[in-house]
Write a protein that binds this ligand. Structure first.
Ligand code: NAD
Ligand code: UDP
Length: 310
């Protein structure tokens, strides 16, 4: 098939492009390089891979069979840098991609997020929970943008019969997270490797559940190719840790001399997050297979390599 991956030069997108090419597809990677990098996909350049510099808030016409819509900054630091642009990307960008899907009759998968559950009152989070999102806070440009993107997907499906899939991705980590990404996994690993203070926000009692990127990509492809199931479906690893436990794990794993320090908790930071993955198990036969320890080892190895290159 000919497959479009928007945001394909980013962290998750580059792993997805790599996997799709391995499976024998032709891949078009579309990216504006806001948080993505040519470095992430340069090794894929051959006759089955095309790279287009384009911003999805502008329309584009391409002949494709599948669209994975991943374009959107995912780290709070980056999505809050230009919040209006973040919303435009999720709203105008998703409308453009849905318009394209409608016109060329492509199937489209939207990368949504656990953030649609906000600071959740239901734990673990199930797909039927409508969430607890602050509509006017500093995370809203991302959270509400993704919620509207889900609404747009459903309305194009109901109104125009567009063939859609919606996945809600929970915290995912792995090689090719940018060094300046600002999310917790890359921050803590880089701080540990440099023996700098590890910056825990708040008292570290908030929880997250971390999924290794190859597990996520497997789930994404299964969802895209699953007949008759449009989602939304949670994709994540249900093993839950407090952020303080996570900091200690990274210190152990790297043998670092870093100390843990406590910085202020950002506004609206969710207190707990863990996916229920029963639906993914039932519909897709999917569950993560990479343990946190082995995933973190591979990620540490990647960052050691990045630091050594300088
Ligand atoms: P990332 O920031 O590494 O990748 C996003 C990519 O989209 C980058 O290459 C960026 O340059 C590109 N992009 C941003 N705005 C664009 C625009 N307007 N036009 C074209 N390209 C644009 O983030 P990621 O972690 O790889 O996330 C990928 C997708 O998965 C995002 O949609 C994100 O919301 C979603 N997601 C990720 C996670 C996670 O933990 N990694 C969790 C939930 C959801
Ligand atoms: N966090 C932290 N130190 C950091 C970066 C993040 O303690 O240097 C915390 C953050 O406050 C949140 C959790 O780690 O509670 C996950 O943050 P991230 O930005 O990775 O993703 P989120 O799930 O909040 O979108």
């Amino acid at each position: 098939m000919r497959i479009l991956v928007t945001g394909g030069a980013g962290f998750v997108g580059s792993h997805l492009c790599e996997r799709l090419i391995k499976e024998g597809h032709d891949v078009i990677c579309l990216d504006n390089f806001f948080t993505g990098s040519k470095k992430n996909i340069i090794h894929l350049m051959d006759s089955h891979f095309e790279l287009v510099r384009h911003d999805i808030i502008e329309p584009i016409l391409l002949e494709v069979d599948r669209i994975y819509n991943l374009a959107c900054p995912a780290s709070p630091v980056h999505y809050q840098y230009n919040p209006v642009k973040t919303i435009k990307t999720s709203v105008a960008g998703t409308i453009n991609m849905l318009g394209l899907a409608k016109r060329v009759r492509a199937r489209i998968l939207q990368a949504s997020t656990s953030e649609v559950y906000g600071d959740p009152h239901v734990h673990p989070q199930t797909e039927d929970y409508w969430g607890n999102v602050n509509p006017i806070g500093i995370r809203s440009c991302y959270d509400e943008g993704k919620r509207v993107a889900e609404t747009l997907m459903m309305d194009y499906h109901r109104q125009n019969g567009v063939d859609i899939r919606i996945i809600r991705i929970f915290n995912t980590y792995g090689p090719r997270m940018a060094e300046n990404d600002g999310r917790v996994v890359s921050n803590f690993i880089l701080q540990a490797l440099r023996n700098e203070d590890i910056t825990v926000y708040g008292d570290g009692s908030q929880t997250r559940s971390f999924c290794y990127v190859s597990d996520l990509v497997e789930g994404m492809i299964r969802m895209m190719e699953c007949p008759g199931f449009i989602g939304p479906v949670n994709l994540g690893n249900p093993v839950e840790n407090t952020i303080l436990e996570f900091a200690e794990k990274i210190i152990d794993l790297t043998g670092s001399k870093s100390r843990i320090i406590f910085n202020p908790l950002p506004q609206d930071d969710p207190k707990q997050r863990r996916p229920s993955i029963s639906l993914a198990e039932e519909k897709l036969g999917w569950k993560p297979s990479v343990t946190l320890e082995s995933g973190l080892r591979m990620t540490v190895e990647y960052f050691v390599g990045q630091i050594a290159k300088r």
